[in-house]
Design a protein around this ligand. Structure first.
Ligand code: 13P
Length: 301
């Protein structure tokens, strides 16, 4: 059954001039059939540069929206429309505006884990891979950073700027448990611990490196270590095992994002058949959000 669904996905992909992008938190069977698997920055770059007509975005809504912001002429399919992000949902336009009114001299740097209408209110977007670079290049001495407080704290420890941090957090990374991680370190003392900056600062203290998912891939490829404890969503463990089959990767705990797991092979097939559900945004919101996303890409090259 699964094989026939996959065959049909491949056939329709070529018939409809489509490409499948998958975030590295997606389930194994979806990573396996994707044309590109990557972090949120890599996927948005591919979405902008590919010349196909249809992008099937296997991730969560803000990622598919970012693809649409960058490529409004393509059809961007999000095969399961309920794939949301509670972190993105914790910030809205009126509350961001009231924070901006409190700090009128601060530019707003917004983590891409946010909805398009909030992006439209910001100076520039960033991902975990380039947040520090974007904050440093903003032409203001102080910055509002939203919505992830852990990533904001991580940046504030590296930047001389005053950072006003929005008090939001990722529910999935909040599950990462320091006692669990200490037990893992005791059990595998030779392993390197890599953690995502959305985990809490106490966890970073124990880590060999604090990195976004793309940074984890680069770190492993440059490291001499053979064993790694991975402190981010468990899909990343599968991604690393696929890329580096001769190394060992151990999940730092049950760090599981339910929103990243709602897309199925059958839903990908249905979306290719119907060219729905597609992402649509108000053109004015899209244009303003484009300015913030484009500024990120200008800064990071
Ligand atoms: P990356 O930018 O590292 O891919 O992380 C995306 C994300 O949503 C983390 O929760």
């Amino acid at each position: 059954m699964e094989e026939s669904v996959i065959r049909e996905i491949y056939r329709l992909k070529s018939e409809k001039d489509a490409v499948i992008l998958a975030h590295c938190y997606q389930p194994p069977e979806i990573q396996d059939i994707a044309d590109h698997v990557g972090d949120s920055l890599q996927l948005s770059r591919i979405a902008a540069s590919t010349d196909v007509s249809v992008i099937v975005f296997c991730g969560v809504r803000f990622m598919a929206e970012t693809a649409h912001i960058l490529s409004p002429d393509k059809t961007i399919l999000l095969p399961e429309p309920i794939a949301g992000c509670p972190l993105a949902d914790c910030i809205d336009v009126p509350t961001l505006r009231s924070m901006q009114a409190m700090f009128p001299d601060s530019l707003t740097v917004l983590y891409v884990n946010s909805s398009a209408d909030v992006k439209a209110e910001s100076y520039a977007c960033c991902t975990s891979a380039n947040a520090l670079e974007v904050v440093e290049s903003a032409p203001s001495d102080s910055v509002i950073f939203a919505p992830d407080r852990n990533l904001g704290t991580f940046i504030s420890r590296k930047s001389d700027k005053k950072i006003h941090i929005w008090n939001g957090a990722c529910r999935t990374h909040a599950v990462a448990d320091i006692q669990d991680i200490k037990r893992h370190i005791e059990e595998w003392p030779d392993a390197e611990l890599l953690v995502h900056p959305e985990t809490s600062p106490e966890i970073w203290e124990l880590a060999d490196a604090v990195l976004g998912t793309g940074g984890m891939v680069r770190h492993v490829s440059n490291s001499q270590a053979t064993r790694f404890i991975i402190g981010t969503e468990e899909g990343m463990v599968y991604r690393l095992k696929t890329l580096f089959p001769d190394r060992e990767f151990i999940a730092a705990g049950r760090i599981y994002c339910p929103n990243m797991k709602v897309i199925t092979l059958q839903k990908i097939l249905d979306s290719l058949i119907n060219l729905e559900p597609a992402v649509h945004l108000d053109p004015e919101v899209r244009e303003k959000a484009y300015a913030a996303v484009a500024r990120m890409t200008e800064i990071t090259g």
